[in-house]
Design a protein around this ligand. Structure first.
Ligand code: ZN
Length: 330
């Protein structure tokens, strides 16, 4: 796995992108699943870590001229407040993407809000016949924010996090450069409000290699009971999807209601989070839908809290009434 030791001088590139979408139902001369969005803007702020603080170093801001989806999708138009004529002011993706990767350099950690941007960048690079290897780790700070602000497991927007830290809003949201700037400010505040050793350890355990697939899925055959379909997925959750070696359980599989959780371990690829749900087919049978992914810190919390629930309440989980009462308290 790609990883970086976070010491003084370490660089972080906080980035955000906007992309245009194909029109549903419209015919394109290629398979739209190979280009679900075409990048129209890349914005980034580079920071250097120094003695517990993030120091802003440089800014990247470029519009990209689309060649496939040249007319703004109404949703993108509404969210970004861009006009069709704005798109023509951009520069070719090949140039902008190359400059952006040069801006990042080989030693930075890429940082974003949510995990969709690195995948979209790779998709565009691949579609346009460019090398899609990013070669640097990626850190999603959305779950980091949730965890450090005591809202673990909740997905918050950039704007909600900006409000949480009382960050001054002097720019509109949903332009790539403005959102990269806001995300960077949130990242600064996370360092400012927490023990930096804790922040660093959360960063180290949450960074992923964007060049390897980090999540794997499995859908089982229909079975007559939830137990049978979960048992049918056991082969999937005990084999490393990258190297095929047998995974060792760190937290043995346990089941709460219709979901089974586990924390598995591959000697070469590290810890993997596993969740299998027993789902109903239309004709009353059950099938397993399983995910296995490189465990991030959010995943550890999830599996640990579910295990606690299981140890206390067993397979039926926490009674719904109690859960509601607790939610009203907090
Ligand atoms: Zn492995």
């Amino acid at each position: 796995m790609l990883s970086r030791k976070i010491t003084d001088g370490c660089e972080f590139v906080v980035f955000d992108m906007e992309w245009n979408q194909p029109f549903p139902g419209k015919e394109y001369p290629f398979d739209v699943s190979t280009l679900t969005g075409e990048i129209i803007e890349i914005g980034a702020v580079k920071y250097v870590y120094d003695n517990g603080q993030l120091i802003q170093q440089d800014v990247f801001s470029q519009d990209v001229r689309p060649t496939q989806y040249k007319k703004l999708h109404y949703h993108v138009k509404k969210v970004t407040q861009k006009k069709n004529s704005d798109l023509m002011k951009g520069r070719p993706f090949e140039e902008v993407s190359r400059e952006f990767l040069e801006f990042c350099g080989p030693d930075a950690i890429l940082v974003g809000w949510g995990n969709s941007d690195p995948a979209m960048l790779k998709m565009n690079l691949k579609f346009f016949g460019l090398d899609d290897k990013l070669g640097i780790p990626f850190l999603d700070i959305q779950p980091l924010f949730s965890s450090f602000s005591g809202q673990r497991g909740k997905q918050r927007s950039v704007e909600a996090a900006v409000d949480y830290y009382n960050i001054e809003k002097n720019d509109i949201f949903h332009s790539a450069t403005a959102d990269a700037h806001y995300t960077g400010r949130i990242f600064e505040e996370i360092f400012r409000h927490n023990q930096c050793t804790e922040v660093i350890s959360a960063i180290s355990s949450s960074s992923v290699d964007p060049d390897i697939k980090s999540e794997f899925g499995f859908v089982g055959q229909p079975a007559s009971s939830a137990d049978a379909c979960l048992a049918g997925a056991s082969g999937f959750i005990t084999t490393c999807p990258v190297c095929g070696k047998k995974l060792d359980p760190k937290i043995e599989p346990f089941r709460i209601r219709k979901s089974q959780y586990a924390l598995m371990f591959c000697g070469e690829h590290g810890e993997m989070f596993s969740r299998t749900r027993a789902k109903r087919t239309k004709n009353g049978k059950f099938y397993a839908a399983s995910v296995l992914r490189f465990a991030t810190q959010t995943d550890y919390y999830l599996v640990a809290s579910k295990k606690e629930e299981f140890d206390k309440f067993g397979r039926e989980g926490k009674p719904a009434a109690e859960e509601q009462a607790e939610e009203q308290d907090s």
